[in-house]
Design a protein around this ligand. Structure first.
Ligand code: SF4
Length: 653
């Protein structure tokens, strides 16, 4: 069963319409797309036609693990979950931690491609080279934690690893996600909703097969070196101590001073509010620390919940983005509310960022008299309400009452709620976001807004602006000296371009982004990944070659967006409130995005990409230089290949 070194060598294809399971070699995707997000996105580009809608049976959900997954390397357990995204109509790509990805490799597969539609609820059970489709009517309607527990009992396998959907996915709520290991969300790709449309309640995996390593001794020595580099990193030490939530507040009196406040109306939240939900306030609920597969950082914790949520008295968490989402973005200062709303979103299988945006949208609509007084009172729709999320999210997940209007995403919500509602929701490409620092950190904002999957800081948003790196380090990393200066627009196109490629490399490998130089420039670089890839698989690539593969992958995703969703330059513009509403107080008072600065920065970004500055579309020259002539031909046929106005940029950053 063992494949080439590092890889399981096999890809599992499950056709739910025909109830057919086949196995194929994963090798055709390895040389140019390496694995995980690379393999999955290229496969989606090749096999999902632009006419296929997200909930059609022609859409596919791909769960995949990279070549480094399941090895002795630290934090080598990331799972890529990819699909055509019902949130945006374009690229869907998520990355979840936990233990499901290594378990998939140990079960003998690099990826599982789920296609077609089952007539009834099913669970996909994969174990040691075999797979079966099992009936799951009895699990339909359960929360994700309940599903996981029930499957362990049913399959008599306490070490089973499970990714499951909750009621939100079953009801095709577009922001629904796949929840792995009870609380690790593959969010922002709507994969939970697409799985719901296929009636897949869960993917349950158990594996005990070995992974063959090209140079076992060399990899062990490299792993030891990685572990000691992780230990030396001050950023990782902080993460280890207090999780993402606590580490981002360290050294700041009122916590991280640029926040996402009241639906991104502001970025200033007074210290007396933040101090009520800072990490120390949640400690009394902490039971113990938790981590993903083979990770020494353990950036997560097990919490006792203030009240039982969907049969669960505990939850894993609570990451910084969840505190931002259910705390400051809703003006909520109750740690109990933050914990409970987060646990509820996980049990319902709802994306945290989408959830907070929908609740904040409802609160803004209420504030502006666009909802009935009865709805506002019943749901507690006002800023600071500890109940608003807890009451509205189940209605959205079950498409009941007011919740039904929010269940089909932002564009459909605007259609139902009326045009006047549009100015009260923050999104890019139809995907909501509630990121902090998007007024002050210009490159960070650019990385979030141009992200192919729509929003989110985990694509091309540079973290270096927060760290204020020295100009010479910025020059070495990105070729421009300005990476560490948050407020300048200059050079940020180049910085985002380089960050996107680095993230693509990490994702294709299957390691956690936290161990890369995104978090700390002394951590793993593309050269390091090239060395680890060689020791694991025998494949020889330089760091620059990996970056070029990252650039190629990003261009495949960009083309998918252009073909499927028709995105262009106007979809890379920031939401109005980031320009029109400046920060109200604090050290960053008065800071906002400028339209003129953004235009300049975006044009520079397109220029370094080798894309057309007027339309934002790709050019034949750039795609040819990247070995993507077939992609260019696709774009040409649908009239979305730009004429060569912009000189192509050869090589990677
Ligand atoms: S750093 Fe945190 S998220 Fe990343 S692998 Fe380790 S425990 Fe998981």
């Amino acid at each position: 069963l063992s494949g080439p070194y590092g890889y399981a060598g096999r890809l599992l294809r499950v056709d739910l319409t025909r109830g057919k399971i086949t196995v194929e070699p994963s090798a055709p995707y390895v040389s140019e797309y390496l694995g995980a997000r690379g393999l999955a996105q290229r496969l989606l580009f090749d096999e999902v036609d632009a006419t296929v809608r997200p909930f059609d049976e022609g859409n596919k959900v791909i769960l995949s693990a990279g070549p480094l997954v399941g090895t002795v390397l630290p934090a080598s357990g990331r799972l890529s979950v990819d699909d055509k995204n019902p949130i945006t109509g374009g690229v869907g790509s998520s990355n979840a931690g936990g233990h499901l990805a290594p378990e998939l490799k140990f079960a003998g597969f690099d990826a599982v491609v789920i296609e077609g539609q089952s007539p009834r609820p099913v669970v996909l059970y994969i174990a040691d080279g075999r797979a079966e489709i099992r009936h799951a009517e009895h699990l339909w309607g359960l929360g994700t934690g309940q599903t996981e527990a029930a499957l362990r009992l049913e399959l008599r396998e306490p070490r089973l690893r499970v990714g499951s959907i909750g009621p939100a996915g079953e009801n095709r709520v577009v922001g629904a996600c796949l929840i792995v290991d009870g609380a690790r969300a593959a969010g922002r790709s709507g994969a939970g909703a697409v799985l719901g449309s296929k009636r897949v309640k869960a993917i349950a995996v158990r594996g005990t097969l070995p992974i063959q390593i090209f140079d076992p001794r060399g990899l062990l020595a490299a792993a030891r070196d990685c572990w000691s580099r992780l230990e030396r990193s001050p950023q990782l030490r902080a993460l280890c101590e207090a999780g993402t939530h606590g580490s981002y507040a360290i050294g700041t009196e009122g916590g991280f001073k640029r926040r996402s406040v009241r639906n991104l109306q502001d970025a200033y939240w007074p210290a007396d509010k933040y101090n009520q939900i800072r990490e120390e306030q949640l400690r009394k609920y902490k039971i113990r620390r938790l981590g993903c597969f083979n990770c020494p950082i353990y950036c997560s914790f097990l919490y006792r919940l203030p009240e039982v949520i969907w049969g669960m008295g505990i939850t894993e968490g609570v990451p910084a983005n969840a505190v931002r989402a259910f705390g400051e973005n809703l003006d909520v200062t109750s740690p109990e509310s933050v914990l409970s709303t987060y646990a509820l979103a996980n049990q319902l299988g709802m994306d945290v960022d989408m959830s907070t945006t929908l609740v904040a949208w409802a609160v803004e609509l209420a504030e502006n008299g666009l909802l009935s007084a009865k709805e506002v009172e019943e749901l507690g729709l006002h800023w600071g309400s500890p109940h608003a999320g807890l009451r509205l999210l189940p209605l959205i997940a079950h498409r009941q009452g007011l919740g039904a209007l929010f269940a089909d995403g932002i564009q459909e919500g605007i259609r139902c709620l009326g045009e006047a509602s549009a100015r009260h929701v923050v999104h890019t490409k139809g995907a909501s976001f509630n990121e902090a620092a998007v007024r002050t950190n210009k490159g960070y904002a650019l990385g979030i807004v141009v992200s192919v999957r729509g929003g989110g800081h985990l694509d091309g948003a540079p973290n270096v602006e927060f760290r204020g790196i020295a100009p010479e380090i910025s020059k070495a990393l990105f070729g421009v000296p300005t990476g560490g200066d948050p407020t300048t627009y200059e050079g940020k196109g180049q910085v985002v371009f380089g960050t996107e490629q680095r993230k693509a490399v990490v994702d294709m490998m299957g390691m956690c982004y936290m161990t890369s130089e995104w978090l700390d420039h002394d951590l793993l670089s593309p050269d390091d990944y090239a060395e680890l890839l060689h020791l694991t698989t025998g494949i020889k690539r330089t760091g620059s070659e990996l970056m070029a593969l990252g650039r190629r992958l990003h261009n495949v995703e960009k083309a998918f967006n252009t073909l499927h969703a028709g995105f262009s330059r106007q979809d890379d513009m920031p939401p109005d409130r980031l320009v029109d509403l400046a920060i109200s107080a604090g050290p960053w008072q008065g800071e906002a995005l400028s339209r003129e600065g953004w235009d300049r920065m975006l044009t520079e970004y397109y220029r370094v990409q080798g894309w057309d500055a007027k339309t934002g579309w790709q050019t034949a020259e750039t795609l040819h230089a990247l070995g993507l002539d077939d992609v260019a031909e696709n774009l040409r046929q649908c009239g979305r290949l730009a004429p060569a106005r912009t000189p192509p940029v050869s090589g990677a950053a």
